[in-house]
Design a binder for this molecule. Sequence first.
Ligand code: AMP
Ligand code: GLY
Length: 426
Amino acid sequence: MNILLLGSGGREHALSWKIRQSKLCTKLFIAPGNAGTAACGVNLDVSVNDFPNIRKSCIKEEIDMVIVGPEEPLVNGIVDFFAEDKSLSKIPVIGPCSTGAQLEGSKAFSKKFMQRYNIPTAAYKEFDLENYEEGVSYLKNHALPIVLKADGLAAGKGVVICQSHIEAMAEYELMLQQNKFGEAGRKIVVEEFLKGIEVSVFVLADGKNYLILPEAKDYKQIGVGDTGPNTGGMGAVSPVPFADESFMKKVEERVIKPTVAGLESEKIDYRGFIFIGLMKVGDDPYVIEYNCRLGDPETEVVIPRLKNDILELFVAVSQQRLHEIVIDKDERVASTIMAVSGGYPGSYEKGFEITGLKKKIPPDCFVFHAGTKTEGNKVLTSGGRVLCVTSFAESIYEAVEKSREVLNEIDFEGMYYRKDIGYEFS
Ligand code: AMP
Ligand code: GLY
């Protein structure tokens, strides 16, 4: 099969590395890709939201399947675009239709969805300029802390947790009256704060059936000990020690089954990944958010732990045959550590040469590129999150140590990474 993978992050490098290993893969194209994906296939200079040029590439390269990495093209309707186009409609696209992608694209949509199917989540209310005053009194009487969320996609920055009523009021006004998040924040969700520990659960769905992939925990904050501003993700571990069998059973019964059945009953043809961000409160799972894609950097630990042929899974998704497949996973621990540009998640410079990439690394370690590009025979930084190192070991501690040893050999100006990924489990 000729495959086109959309995206350019560490997630897409891990996916292209895995697709390359499939016996079903003939040619692999990545649009736009990075310096890492270029070693697994052919990068195409096409943006993930440029549907007309994606169409042209599919026809020219005789693509048999498209796999969508990031959320934006899904929310923008790439699956619907393919379904409606005569020359593309036979090409399966892994990812939900635009309505399914609303699980991530609109917090209000996903909260209402969860309410309809009694899926456990924080209590909430929606506000916009029309019921602005009602929101003011709602906020005044709300228990602290208060969570404010922009309804739409806000590049992971749309959630603000307020410790005081004054702060919540100021944030409320900023979001609704001053358009802090632009179009994404015209409507907001105000929700109860859930106290617990977070875990990400990944499901592959075919519209009727589902498979549960290895779970993961990511480390969002820039600083050691989970301090400082949020980032796209500084590292991840899988499996997650507290997500034991009895907890995962609750997740399946209370969250996954009603989610997949709810989508099917609403005739939302969801053939793709569902990333469920959960809070474990006491022993019970609560949904914090859905995403319509895999997580980054969670993919960099989840996908290496998956032993199945990934294209066989995707073909089964397109034929609604996932019930015939059993997930086979590596029982070892995987951890990944992300190396980022100096200054990230604030402003940072790009274009620095990355050295040490050619050094030999242990067999259970992998370097996945995120924000990198090639220039001549050099690899340069081209984003905030630059690359990550995933390692397998028998314990989280050992896996993290291995990744740190590999990162010790790699360098670029301003390089920073967290040395404490997995700290609470070591
Ligand atoms: P989201 O963009 O929805 O993933 O939210 C970003 C982060 O905010 C989550 O990963 C949580 O750490 C935190 N968060 C979101 N909603 C809540 C909530 N209701 N209670 C506690 N923390 C939350
Ligand atoms: N690592 C969190 C995300 O991909 O949204």
